[in-house]
Ligand binder design. Structure first.
Ligand SMILES: NC(=O)c1ccc[n+]([C@@H]2O[C@H](COP(=O)([O-])OP(=O)(O)OC[C@H]3O[C@@H](n4cnc5c(N)ncnc54)[C@H](O)[C@@H]3O)[C@@H](O)[C@H]2O)c1
Length: 351
């Protein structure tokens, strides 16, 4: 088992993370346990968790409907209601068993219920293992805007067991792998060289790769929890990627976050190359590798104009300056403010 130290808690990775969970539960005398899950993690993950952590057999189970469209204040009302009706108090623990939707929403509910109760994350998707569960960003979508309402509140522990990934689809594994590609590109050139050799979803989700990706994200978050500076680097691929995700979701197209971010990284690599932040060779290396894994996303003229609108409203912008988190060489990053609309349009049309 690997143990990574975060700001105020530990991240345990490996099958033995269940032992660490039992130790945690025995040490902290919580009055009530609540397990938050969705219908898939209820079916595929909860039985394993209850088998390995028998103390949790007394937990209240709160099962939500799965999906990003359920990451809303209405669902929070449902959970706050269930906590209240069952007598949850300040010494209660919420256990987020699921992907990023569960940890974002559960973390938010925990950080606001009675001004904050403890929660832990047991991530069950690759995306939540390497990204969403780590770093204390919680929240829900509001009026169609992603993560519009939320808090920064760190969990008391993260227990990562890659065996949960056995029931996850290949598409969902690739979804999470996009964030692994991203962290390698902005934070570690040696890791990028390792990543480029990986071809199968089994390789994408090995314990070794997961551990390294978490280590990298955690080291960035530790230096900049509130995203004043360094943490912005985690947004590489996300200006255009997030905009693309929002535009396609609005058109009821089936797109996953990681798929849009993969396309965003291709387009933002072109911008980085045009601004001489990476070489043509590096741009080709990034683009070829991403294209070998992800299908091309069709961007119509209509989608393109919607994309530009979203990009102009990106929260990273400073005044009128469009700011992008770009790689500076491979394995380093720079927040570049002043990216022109023409450059963005060129990157979109060349994609
Ligand atoms: N807080 C952060 O720092 C951060 C970072 C990145 C993403 N996010 C958020 O994470 C969310 C996306 O997370 P996600 O991709 O994990 O989505 P998700 O939670 O919706 O999970 C994807 C699907 O997989 C199912 N599932 C989960 N575990 C499973 C398992 N082991 N076997 C079978 N099915 C399983 C879920 O029920 C769901 O249908 C978004 O809301 C995004 O905004 C947050």
């Amino acid at each position: 088992m690997s143990i990574i130290k975060a700001n105020s808690y530990n991240i345990y990775i490996g099958e033995k993370s269940f032992d660490a969970l039992n130790t945690f539960l025995n040490k902290n005398k919580y009055s009530h346990y609540y397990i938050l899950c969705d219908e898939h993690t209820f079916e595929f993950c909860l039985p394993t968790l209850l088998f390995h952590a028998p103390l949790l057999n007394e937990a209240e189970i709160i099962e939500l409907e799965s999906g990003e469209d359920k990451k809303t204040l209405e669902t929070c009302l449902q959970v706050w209601g269930a906590l209240t009706d069952t007598g949850a108090d300040k010494k209660s623990l919420i256990i987020n068993l699921g992907g990023g939707v569960i940890s974002d929403l559960g973390g938010f509910v925990a950080s606001t219920f009675k001004r904050g109760i403890d929660c832990i994350n047991i991530p069950t998707t690759l995306l939540s293992m390497v990204d969403a569960s780590v770093g204390g960003k919680t929240g829900v979508d509001f009026e169609g805007i992603k993560n519009h309402i939320g808090t920064t509140a760190e969990p008391k522990g993260i227990f990562v067991n890659p065996t949960f990934l056995e029931t996850l689809s290949e598409r969902q594994i690739k979804n999470g792998f996009a964030e692994i590609i991203k962290i390698a590109l902005i934070a570690d050139d040696v890791f990028w060289k390792t990543i480029m050799k990986l071809k199968t979803t089994k390789e994408f989700s090995s314990e070794k790769i997961i551990t390294k990706a978490i280590e990298l994200k955690n080291s960035i978050v530790k230096k900049d929890l509130h995203e004043n500076n360094l943490r912005k680097s985690l947004n590489f691929g996300h200006n255009i990627g997030h905009a693309l995700e929002s535009a396609l979701i609005k058109q009821n197209k089936d797109v996953l976050h990681g798929e849009a971010i993969a396309a965003g990284m291709i387009m933002e690599s072109e911008i980085a190359q045009s601004l001489k932040r990476i070489s043509k060779k590096e741009q080709k290396e990034i683009t070829d590798y991403i294209r070998s894994i992800y299908k091309n996303i069709k961007i119509t003229k209509d989608t393109e104009s919607q994309l530009l609108k979203y990009i102009l409203h990106d929260k990273k912008n400073e005044g009128d300056d469009l700011c992008f988190a770009l790689p500076k060489g491979i394995g380093a990053y720079e927040l570049y403010c002043g990216v022109s609309i023409d450059l963005i349009k060129k990157a979109i049309s060349n994609y």
